[in-house]
Design a protein around this ligand. Structure first.
Ligand code: NAG
Length: 395
């Protein structure tokens, strides 16, 4: 015979679970899928260049998922698959994405990420009011028609929007637009990174950074002795260091062992690998040296997206709905630019640069060769930014 005391206990447990900081499973699923997409896109972009790489993968997920709402048929299926969203109902995605945006950008601990996302068809392809509303309310973006036949004016309009959305940090996203452009997806991001605790600027010293076997550059190396979270991935031979940020985010610095080639590591990075690194972090005393760096990268992503099998949206037979009366435009290009400056800047909410003294000298981790980084929100595990620094004296 069931005893009431048990039921009330179960009731109590349920209440306490619901009120703790757990993430809704469908939201967690979207977060994991976005991290998979982030890593795949990162690999597609980084394999095309030897330079530093910097992507706001969160902004690109926002823009491409917003675009998804204007597609149908194979075009939509390809986008779903390319974004690692296959199996999800495209009808409920806008609401799910809005939950994600609330969690990441508008919640009680919003990330310092400013982004501008816009879907911009040329004149003659009017945007339906329902799609306009969806882009604005669910994705925090914009969609409007522009006359690309006046390319300079169109570029000025796009760049003004980007300036406004990134707090003037990004001045120019596009230039020399093609007058035959049918539709653009434009995405721009500035991230205001503040380590917490911050590095103490008076301990920063010029040190060597080994770009490759033949190139050494001198960079300002920041320094902090503290307790850090660190992991070591034996299969890839990389160290993973977590640097907490003042906005509730964290930066993972992924440093390959000296004899390990960074491109081999990149090939193995995926969403699950990032989650595994985070799970394996352990607290340890360390002296950390990290170069100051500023990354500012600009991409046209059509080719990279096509390697993720997102192809039809760029072709004449693109199935676009909600834009254009009988037949919609094809997507001409996806522009992406993002900027982040990593330095000792002190966050207003913490004293920063505190002096920690240990009775015995802890080991020193010196980030003095090419490394990867991932910026994510700690509470949700949402991956926002990914990049690599080959040469910290370059953008
Ligand atoms: C930074 O380091 C200097 C030199 O060790 C020290 O004098 C100063 O107090 C430190 N600043 C802070 C905010 O801890």
């Amino acid at each position: 015979m069931p005893r009431p005391i048990h039921l009330s206990l179960i009731g109590l447990i349920c209440v306490s679970l619901a009120s703790s900081q757990t993430i809704d499973p469908s939201l967690q699923d979207l977060i994991n899928r976005n991290a998979d997409f982030a890593a795949r896109l990162y690999r597609a972009v980084s394999s095309r260049t030897d330079d530093n790489v910097f992507l706001s993968t969160f902004t690109l997920s926002t823009g491409l998922t917003a675009l998804l709402g204007a597609t149908s048929g194979t075009t939509r299926d390809q986008l779903l698959q390319g974004l690692s969203l296959s199996g999800l109902d495209p009808e409920t995605l806008p609401d799910l994405f809005q939950n994600l945006r609330n969690q990441v950008l508008l919640g009680n601990q919003p990330m310092n990420l400013r982004q501008g996302v816009a879907v911009i068809p040329t004149m003659g392809f009017p945007v339906s009011s329902s799609y306009l509303d969806q882009v604005q309310t669910k994705f925090g973006g914009n969609t409007q028609n522009l006359a690309y036949t006046a390319p300079q004016e169109a570029a000025d309009t796009i760049n003004r929007y980007v300036q406004e959305r990134t707090g003037d940090q990004i001045q120019e996203l596009v230039s020399n637009l093609d007058p035959r452009t049918q539709m653009l997806l434009t995405t721009a991001t500035s991230y205001d990174i503040r380590f917490s605790p911050s590095f103490n600027a008076s301990l920063t010293q010029d040190e060597r950074f080994y770009v490759d076997k033949y190139h050494v550059v001198i960079v300002p190396m920041m320094f902090r002795a503290d307790k850090f979270y660190l992991a070591y991935d034996r299969s890839l031979k990389v160290g993973v260091l977590k640097l907490p940020l003042a906005d509730g985010g964290a930066m993972l610095v992924v440093l390959p062992d000296e004899e390990v080639d960074i491109t081999g590591v990149e090939e193995e990075v995926n969403g699950e690998k990032i989650r595994e690194w985070i799970r394996q972090l352990k607290k340890t005393k360390l002296e950390v040296q990290l170069p100051r760096f500023l990354v500012e990268q600009s991409y046209t992503l059509r080719d990279s997206l096509q390697t993720l099998s997102i192809t039809q949206v760029f072709q004449d037979d693109a199935e676009i709905v909600n834009i254009g009366e009988t037949k919609g435009p094809k997507l001409t290009q996806v522009y992406h630019k993002s900027i982040m400056s990593v330095d000792e800047t002190i966050d207003g909410t913490n004293s920063g640069g505190r002096v920690t003294t240990f009775s015995t000298l802890p080991p020193r981790l010196t980030i003095n060769r090419p490394f990867l980084f991932v910026v994510y929100q700690e509470s949700s595990g949402s991956v926002l930014l990914m990049g690599r620094v080959i040469d910290p004296t370059k953008k």
